[in-house]
Design a protein around this ligand. Structure first.
Ligand SMILES: *Cc1c(COP(=O)(O)O)cnc(C)c1O
Ligand code: SF4
Length: 470
């Protein structure tokens, strides 16, 4: 830069230099329309494609209360909404799926209207929200109900303090929809036939204990209000929580987690009290120089419509930054094209793609998990597609060790699918293992896992290699 400025002061020199310097000659072909596909957002009354919603006017469909009231929570309601659209075979499969799922079922009409019902078996949104028994695979022997071991780092009920300067608080245990693969299936949602939950319900006593804990720990600067989902809190509850944390002088950053933008963007458009409560906390935070932002959870480009954009635009106008945390899901977004499109579409809405998590070791959803290698491959292929600040970090949330960048393992045995990680800040000197799904391993690896007496040896071998490299 400074050279350019200097040159322009010496007019003559510039002319001579121009003759010897290389002229920019690259001719770039016009962008292929495909390259702009991320801007093609579903618009208009798309929900009316479903017979059940054919007469629903826009005013109703944009009403968050209408969405909540008409959410599908059981098979009869699903049947009602899909009458004539799907085969009896699909309904039977879903019914069996509901009975065996670790998560309760809840789907908003908005989501339901985004599913391609001509092929529900493979639709990326169906896969995330409606379980089918026929697709179920046996759990990995190392899968458990609290895959992140959050309960081990919980000083008060519903508050996890694992990392030095941040705390994760679960104020509420319900969500506007339930993701089949929820990493907190130990706590989120109502009891199911498969799982009796440890519920962290809205309880002023419990909230006060969590706030008091944060106040008592001067090292805590970063508070995550997670869940459950913030859309389930009333406006006054948001304000109470936000103001309580803002009143603690050492709190410098607050993140409010909600899947609302993905599954109920109507909330931001028609629940003014709620949206204003979030805005109020953000405004108050800004005046105190405290960062207040929203973390959301969008996994597939089809989850982003013109309604999502209207909600994101509103937050943008109010100066509230949104970050996205996606989960890498088999059959949903585990390919380069889909993840690339997702990163571009999120960027287009000015939602920062923050993380992509390799699917945690969650019970009952083995068919949704992928390998660490898949995460590495996609990361490598899409880096450069969007601005560096919009490039998600691909992470493995190791049970007990926390998030690790997907390429940073100490050892990774592709045959047994065991990866070994360290986490110097969280637990110095310890190793943490993560396990690829067995059905995606080569035959030799599958054969070893088929023998229970081999399991300890498989893990010991991997740990020995990791130690030998240290
Ligand atoms: C993910 C997580 C956080 C936040 O981590 P970041 O990497 O800062 O997003 C904090 N606490 C717990 C227990 C977590 O799992
Ligand atoms: S919205 Fe989040 S907390 Fe709720 S079910 Fe989905 S993943 Fe779990």
């Amino acid at each position: 830069m400074s050279e350019v400025l200097q040159d322009s002061e010496f007019g003559e020199d510039v002319a001579t230099q121009a003759q010897v310097s290389i002229l920019p000659t690259a001719e770039r072909a016009p962008a292929h329309p495909e390259a702009l596909a991320h801007r093609n957002l579903l618009d208009g009354p798309f929900w009316q494609r479903l017979a059940a919603y054919a007469k629903v006017p826009e005013a109703d469909f944009l009403d968050h209360q209408w969405q909540a009231k008409n959410s599908i929570t059981n098979i009869p309601r699903l049947l009602g909404a899909l009458a004539g659209l799907v085969s009896p075979e699909f309904i039977r499969d879903a019914e069996n799926g509901f009975h065996h799922a670790p998560m309760p079922v809840r789907v908003s009409p908005y989501l339901l209207s985004l599913i391609d019902w001509s092929n529900p078996w493979d639709d990326p949104l169906r896969i995330q929200f409606i379980p089918l028994l026929s697709r179920r695979l046996p759990d990995h022997p190392k899968v458990d109900l609290d895959p992140l071991h959050e309960l081990q780092d919980m000083p008060v009920p519903g508050l996890t303090h694992r990392y030095p300067d941040k705390a994760l608080f679960l104020p509420v245990a319900t969500c506007p929809v339930y993701c089949r693969f929820c990493t907190r299936s130990y706590a989120v949602g109502l009891d199911t036939e498969e799982v009796h939950k440890l519920t962290f319900s809205v309880d002023p006593e419990r909230w006060r204990a969590a706030i008091a804990y944060v106040a008592s720990r001067p090292e805590l600067e970063d508070i995550l209000i997670s869940g459950g989902d913030a859309t389930q809190l009333r406006a006054d509850q948001i304000t109470f929580l936000g103001e309580s944390f803002l009143a603690i002088p050492h709190v410098r950053r607050i993140r409010i987690a909600t899947k609302g933008l993905a599954v109920l963007p109507q909330k931001f458009l028609t629940d003014d009290a709620w949206t204003d409560a979030i805005t109020g906390i953000a405004d108050k935070g800004r005046k105190q120089h405290v960062d207040v932002m929203i973390h959301t959870h969008i996994n597939h480009p089809n989850e982003i419509t013109s309604i999502t954009k209207a909600a994101a635009d509103k937050l943008c106008e109010r100066g509230i930054l949104v970050r996205n945390q996606a989960v890498l899901l088999r059959g949903v977004n585990d390919d380069v094209a889909t993840m690339g499109l997702l990163a571009k579409r999120l960027s287009y809405l000015n939602i920062h793609p923050y993380y992509v998590y390799v699917h945690d070791m969650v019970k009952g959803v083995e068919e949704l998990r992928t390998t660490v290698a898949t995460g590495q491959h996609i990361e490598k292929q899409i880096r450069g597609l969007v601005g560096g600040f919009n490039m998600p970090t691909f992470v493995v949330d190791t049970p007990g060790g926390g998030k690790r960048e997907v390429h940073s393992h100490e050892h990774y045995d592709r045959e047994t699918g065991v990866s070994v990680w360290v986490s110097p800040v969280v637990h110095p000197g310890q190793y943490f293992c993560f396990f690829d799904p067995i059905h995606l391993l080569p035959a030799e690896g599958q054969a070893r896992w088929a023998r229970p007496e081999e399991h300890d040896r498989i893990v010991e071998e991997a740990l020995a290699v990791a130690r030998s490299k240290a």
